[in-house]
Design a protein around this ligand. Structure first.
Ligand SMILES: NC(=O)c1ccc[n+]([C@@H]2O[C@H](COP(=O)([O-])OP(=O)(O)OC[C@H]3O[C@@H](n4cnc5c(N)ncnc54)[C@H](OP(=O)(O)O)[C@@H]3O)[C@@H](O)[C@H]2O)c1
Length: 296
């Protein structure tokens, strides 16, 4: 071997931009947007590529992105760029082809696949707060933390107007993230805590708490980007109240034939009364997610 051949090193191949790096870029943009107003166009390096984002959300990656990275940017960029202190409410439900989110007995783990689960954790990481109804906490005892991706923990918010849940649920006892329990003012007792969670009383509107009042109370605490994670009754209430910016329905290729319903809204007499929002479609493994753009 010639003596100089040993010393000759090939230039290392440049690391290609991948989904993990694109996700870190989305988190970085979210942190910037959360802290102060963004100045457009935004330029950000993702490994060996440069992402340029215009004020209308249009983006370009040079060199061009692989398809999986392009989908990640398409899906999460609007969520990352939500302006400083601007209200943004996104709901997500995983459902079967026949519109069920769980069996009648409440089994919902897992209807959709790994990609949709990863997606749910990413939404938690982008949000200021994640909201669920009392039945979900009773049935699933979820942690509602970010575990399948990097990112900050959102504040956990449980809607339990009648204070029916016990303090041993994970969200009230594990101390993994700050947690609020929203309770009707007429049911709140002297104690302002349920386990490690803080009780936040709100006036009742009929049997329920008005989603608009929920959003306003959370905004007062600096929580503006809200992820409504379920179940069906909770998401339906937010949709009916007109406070959702985006509704994501992940469709699993499964037919349950019976079970807990996804969305339930007041009856309409004619198809002309159907909501027909603009939509975007995303492939998540074997599932297809339809994202409804309810407000610009
Ligand atoms: N597939 C999915 O994406 C998904 C996601 C989450 C959960 N799940 C499953 O869905 C099931 C639970 O869903 P669900 O539709 O039956 O119930 P849910 O939405 O989890 O909880 C409904 C309850 O939350 C309280 N609540 C909701 N909105 C409220 C509001 N605006 N004001 C006051 N209280 C409010 C009410 O409690 P009160 O009755 O005390 O008034 C209501 O009965 C579980 O089986 C769970 O496993 C599936």
């Amino acid at each position: 071997m010639p003596s100089n051949a040993r010393d000759h090193k090939r230039p290392a191949a440049a690391p290609a931009v991948n989904e993990a790096a694109a996700w870190e870029a989305m988190l970085s943009l979210r942190r910037r947007a959360r802290a102060s107003a963004l100045a457009f166009p935004i330029e950000i390096e993702i490994v060996d590529a440069r992402l340029t984002v215009q004020a209308d959300g249009a983006w370009r990656l040079a060199p061009e992105a692989p398809a999986a990275v392009a989908q990640m940017i398409d899906l999460y960029l609007p969520c990352a760029l939500v302006p400083h202190r601007r209200s943004f409410v996104l709901a997500h439900l995983a459902q079967s082809l026949d519109g069920r989110i769980a069996t009648t007995g409440g089994d919902s783990q897992w209807l959709t696949g790994e990609a949709d689960l990863d997606h749910t954790h990413r939404l938690r990481a982008l949000a200021d707060a994640v909201i669920v109804g009392a039945a979900t906490v009773r049935q699933d005892d979820p942690r509602l933390t970010v575990r399948r991706c990097t990112g900050d923990q959102p504040v956990r918010v449980v809607l339990d107007p009648n204070l029916t849940l016990s303090a041993d649920r994970h969200v009230f006892s594990d101390g993994a993230a700050p947690t609020l329990v929203l309770v009707a003012a007429d049911r709140a007792g002297k104690s302002m805590h349920l386990g490690a969670a803080e009780i936040l009383p709100l006036p009742r509107e009929g049997e329920r708490l008005a989603p608009r009042a929920i959003c306003a109370a959370l905004a007062e605490r600096g929580l503006h980007w809200l992820f409504v994670e379920g179940g069906g009754m909770t998401v339906s209430g937010f949709l009916a109240a007109g406070v959702l910016d985006r509704l994501q329905i992940a469709l699993a290729p499964a037919i349950l034939g019976s079970g807990r319903p996804s969305l339930q809204l007041p009856e309409i007499g004619a198809l002309a009364g159907a909501l027909r929002p603009r939509v975007r479609h995303f492939r998540l493994g074997d599932d297809v997610m339809v994202e409804c753009l309810l407000r610009d």
